[in-house]
Design a protein around this ligand. Structure first.
Ligand SMILES: NC(=O)c1ccc[n+]([C@@H]2O[C@H](COP(=O)([O-])OP(=O)(O)OC[C@H]3O[C@@H](n4cnc5c(N)ncnc54)[C@H](OP(=O)(O)O)[C@@H]3O)[C@@H](O)[C@H]2O)c1
Length: 274
């Protein structure tokens, strides 16, 4: 078992969250359970799932099997688009709890800012938070206009905003806004699903540090104070993605990485939903 120092962030309500976690999109049944068991063995303590990923039961199973105390693991799940709206969200939360076999969730997110229902959905999350069944609530795919709109009706500031984010999609204005407003930014698709890992500028930095391109982009997020949730179902890559705590990027590396932006997205642009 690897024992590595973890980096934690303190959310705006005082809850501690690991900065690096495993994303479990696109893994099912035995594969999902095994990946989470490997991740927990490796030292990961944050698991990012969603009702939409159809693997909450397997995640719950792996957490239980790991023998690690529930309070030492941070579990995020998200409201399915089909379950948005006030009453439906409350019901969907109960279903997620049961599937995960937990009596609370660490972080519950609005998965997507659906125009007609995002407000009611957020209000349901505030109620769940007040009831104490979730330790923190947040949003996903909320680019600036969505956050500005949320401010007009929210009683609570989201603890986390999870968006697609990488050196090739460096949303600096959003990051600045979140820092200013005490919202923890979290990067999804941080490895660009492998699409840009052979970029020569990235490869050069990786070679200099004796690291892989994947490790460099994860380290880049962490050094910006951005939480990151790479997905892997592969034993080697699960370990590789966690092996990012033993080096630092130089100021020159950061300049190069900060300038790779090309608004590159693997997932749909949330502004299509504005
Ligand atoms: N809120 C949202 O709307 C939203 C949207 C998308 C994603 N997410 C979350 O973010 C997580 C991560 O995003 P993602 O799954 O879209 O993409 P990602 O983490 O950028 O990339 C995952 C892909 O890269 C491969 N990979 C993993 N580690 C690698 C490495 N070290 N070197 C080369 N390839 C590697 C994986 O294959 P193997 O499994 O074979 O290693 C997989 O095909 C998701 O699992 C999900 O939890 C959230």
């Amino acid at each position: 078992m690897m024992h590595r120092p973890q980096l934690y962030t303190t959310l705006n309500n005082g809850v501690k969250m690991p900065l690096l976690g495993i994303g479990v999109y696109d893994m099912y049944r035995q594969e999902a359970e095994q990946a989470v068991l490997w991740a927990l063995e490796t030292g990961y303590r944050l698991i990012d799932t969603a009702a939409m990923y159809q693997n909450e039961a397997e995640i719950g199973q792996a957490v239980q099997q790991s023998g690690i105390a529930r309070q030492d693991i941070f579990i995020t799940t998200k409201v399915h688009d089909n379950d948005q709206g006030y009453d439906k969200t409350l019901k969907a939360f109960d279903t997620s709890l049961k599937k995960l076999n937990c009596d609370y969730i660490d972080l519950y997110l609005v998965h997507w800012p659906l125009r007609a229902t995002r407000k009611d959905t957020w209000q349901a999350l505030e109620r769940l938070y007040t009831e104490g069944v979730v330790r923190a609530i947040g949003v996903a795919n909320y680019l600036l206009p969505f956050l500005n709109e949320l401010e007009t009706y929210a009683n609570l500031v989201p603890a986390v905003n999870q968006v697609e984010f990488s050196p090739f999609l460096y949303l600096k204005d959003l990051h600045d806004y979140c820092q200013k407003n005490n919202i923890q930014l979290q990067a999804y698709t941080p490895l660009m699903r492998g699409q840009k890992l052979d970029d020569p500028r990235l490869v050069a930095i990786a070679q200099k540090h004796g690291k892989t391109s994947a490790q460099i982009v994860l380290r880049w997020a962490l050094e910006h104070g951005v939480s990151t949730i790479p997905k892997s179902a592969n034993w080697h890559r699960i370990r590789e993605n966690f092996d990012v705590f033993d080096f630092n990027l130089s100021p020159e590396d950061k300049v190069v990485l900060d300038n790779l932006n090309q608004n590159f997205r693997m997932v749909e642009d949330p502004m299509d939903w504005w």
